[in-house]
Design a protein around this ligand. Structure first.
Ligand code: HEC
Length: 187
């Protein structure tokens, strides 16, 4: 009888330790999202205002990957990236777990979910190795359509530069309120 009680206590302890570890990781992932957005959005808005959209492409082309790299170094062992079902950037092609999660985000948004509250945190086993994964959707706003909208919405100069930099670009034809992609972190 005593044994059972101890076993029960131990397993509930194990559970609560694990639960608090999970929430610490999730909290950290959330704060990395804030850092990423906090660095990128003002840089993009500033560049759009001062130099126009063609010049602002440089922010997305060079600054966004640099921010991701900087945050990966700062928050090691987390790997910090952005992905999309219609990728543009060199590292934006999603793997199986990311693809599934991006589709789930789309479904949730279509069903009326609040994108601010939407996120996915999961510990998955890949080849026997535990990996902590986190994703948070990035929503399409009006400002984004200049570079991610329809052919009519994207100015000719932007089109030309995008075609030059991203010959396999899929990241167009979005409309406001759609999931453009997601922050995706793993460790
Ligand atoms: C000035 C043009 C421009 C604007 C405006 C712009 N983007 Fe992008 N976006 C890009 C480029 C270029 C890339 C590819 C970056 C790279 O090479 O890693 C990109 C990549 C992304 C990615 C990473 C996934 C992928 O497909 O590469 C996301 C997510 C994203 N943009 C979301 C947005 C959102 C949300 C907005 C509006 C707030 C926005 N973008 C506005 C040009 C733009």
């Amino acid at each position: 009888m005593k044994k059972f009680i101890i076993a029960g206590l131990l397993s509930s302890l194990a559970f609560s330790t694990q639960a608090s570890e999970i929430s610490a990781d999730q909290q950290e992932a959330r704060s990395i999202v804030k850092e990423f957005g906090g660095q990128l959005v003002p840089a993009l808005k500033g560049a759009m205002k001062s130099g126009g959209p063609v010049a602002a492409i440089d922010v997305c082309n060079t600054k966004a990957p640099a921010i991701a790299k900087g945050l990966t170094e700062k928050h090691a062992p987390w790997n910090v990236n952005r992905v999309s079902l219609k990728p543009r950037g060199a590292t934006a092609t999603p793997d199986a777990w990311e693809t599934e999660t991006l589709k789930w985000f789309d479904e949730q948004i279509a069903a009326g979910a609040d994108p601010k509250k939407l996120e996915k945190f999961e510990i998955v086993k890949v080849d026997g190795k535990e990996t902590t994964r986190y994703m948070k959707p990035v929503m399409t706003g009006g400002l984004c359509l200049t570079c991610h909208g329809t052919a009519k919405q994207i100015p000719e100069g932007v089109k030309a530069k995008l075609a030059d930099l991203y010959p396999n670009d899929k990241a167009i034809d979005y409309s406001e309120g759609q999931v453009r992609g997601a922050f995706s972190f793993q460790k």
